[in-house]
Design a protein around this ligand. Structure first.
Ligand code: 99T
Length: 201
């Protein structure tokens, strides 16, 4: 398998962490690329019409996207305990994972607004809107930290990658203030070898 990714992408990091945690990483060749909504990347567009990464090229020639689908796919390929559990916990895990993905989406849009959009076209109210989503997601994740304590699952990976993205792209934003449970979670989770091996840069 091949994973089209960028080291900066928290969505791709989620896939890489899940692959490492489930013993699948050795079966995946990492193909580094660069994407922006304002530039054409033919290599990515040919596999994902949305022009977004990550994209997983499976052994049988399929291109899978987005990160949620790739994670679910990879979770079927290993024999260990599933990171997307069946049964009652499934919806809890999926909802938390969706919240983490949404936090990443909003943070990424804020990043594009601040760093990619020409200054004369920037729209403060729109940036405020994205930052509001990030803040509300953090508040809710803080309320849910008890659900991040159990055996490893997809939600924990997503939350850790979302928080890591805030540290990477928004170093001036002290998200830990007022979110002490989340800060403690991240302090512990980020020590995992899978996280250390995928620090964005
Ligand atoms: O929006 C674009 O055209 C290019 N952006 C991306 O491909 C980003 C890279 S993170 N990926 C996504 O937005 C994927 C979202 C999708 N729902 C998924 O895979 O879950 C780049 C981060 C950075 O450079 O700061």
């Amino acid at each position: 398998m091949q994973l089209i990714y960028a080291a900066a992408s928290p969505f791709a990091r989620k896939v890489r962490v899940l692959a490492a945690e489930t013993g699948l990483l050795a079966r995946i060749e990492l193909l580094d690329t660069a994407v922006l909504p304002t530039t054409v990347n033919e290599q990515v567009n040919a596999r994902n019409p949305l022009g977004k990464i990550p994209v997983l090229l499976t052994g049988d020639g399929e291109a899978l996207y987005d990160s949620r689908v790739i994670c679910e796919y990879l979770d079927t390929l290993h024999q260990g305990r599933k990171l997307l559990p069946d049964g009652g916990a499934r919806w809890q895990v999926l909802r938390l994972a969706a919240l983490a993905d949404g936090l990443m989406d909003a943070a990424l849009l804020a990043r594009y607004e601040r760093s990619v959009r020409p200054v004369e076209l920037q729209w403060p109210a729109w940036l405020d809107g994205q930052q509001g989503k990030v803040q509300r997601a953090l508040t809710e994740l803080e309320r849910q930290t008890e659900h991040l304590q159990g055996p490893l699952d997809l939600a924990q990976i997503g939350v850790a990658c979302a928080l890591g993205y805030l540290d990477f792209r928004f170093a001036d934003f002290d998200w830990r203030a007022g979110h002490l449970g989340l800060a403690a979670f991240q302090q512990t989770f980020s020590q995992r070898a899978s996280m250390q091996a995928s620090v964005p840069g």
